[in-house]
Design a binder for this molecule. Structure first.
Ligand code: FE2
Length: 194
């Protein structure tokens, strides 16, 4: 299948899923299956959406639903790059396409936040979920300090425009942030690829 056909097919399936009115648990289950299929083969992401930045991890918007029901983002991690402890406020499904990602969940501990359970190492093809209902606070890092990793993130909202939070785990202090997107142009899903 041509690259853009794979991306277009995924967006169509997620759009139909969002229109189906399923509850969050059923949506996450179906979206996880779709994500597993999307990241099963690393043969479709246009090179422009896999370019790292020397300092900052990149969040390239691949598709933004005009009704803001969902957004699809390519996260590009330079060597050793990581997020602060943060939340999302909407459901999310993360699939690793290239390299590997470390995800550490955090939970309230006294006034602050402490790691909850072991860090997960996600290899290519593996998927995990976040949401306020199942655990929404984590810190994510490139598992490698000598190479780029790429993960594909699907969120149940327009993640680049949502006001959410980064946390100081020591004090629990929350700071509002809006991540935005790194790219100025999105892929043409209708281009003939290959
Ligand atoms: Fe996250």
């Amino acid at each position: 299948m041509a690259g853009n056909d794979k991306l277009l097919g995924f967006v169509r399936e997620v759009s139909a899923l969002c229109a189906s009115g399923r509850d969050e648990a059923a949506t996450l289950a179906s979206a996880s299956e779709l994500m597993r299929a999307l990241v099963a083969r690393d043969d479709w992401l246009p090179d422009a959406f896999a370019v790292p930045h020397p300092v900052y991890y990149q969040q390239h918007l691949l598709f933004g639903d005009p009704a803001e029901r969902f957004s699809l983002v390519s996260f590009v991690w330079g060597p050793g790059q990581k997020t602060p402890v943060h939340d999302h406020t909407v459901w999310g499904v993360i699939g690793v396409l290239r390299g590997a990602e470390l995800s550490q969940a955090y939970a309230r501990a006294g006034a602050g936040y402490a790691p909850s359970g072991e860090a997960h190492r996600l290899e290519p093809g593996q998927v995990e979920c976040v949401s306020p209902a199942i655990g929404d606070v984590h810190r994510v890092a490139n598992a490698y300090d000598d190479r780029v990793s790429v993960s594909i993130h699907l969120y149940g909202g327009n993640i680049g425009r949502i006001r959410r939070h980064v946390f100081d785990p020591e004090t629990g202090a929350a700071k509002d942030f809006v991540s935005g997107y790194s790219n100025a142009a999105v892929p043409n899903l209708w281009a003939a690829a290959g």
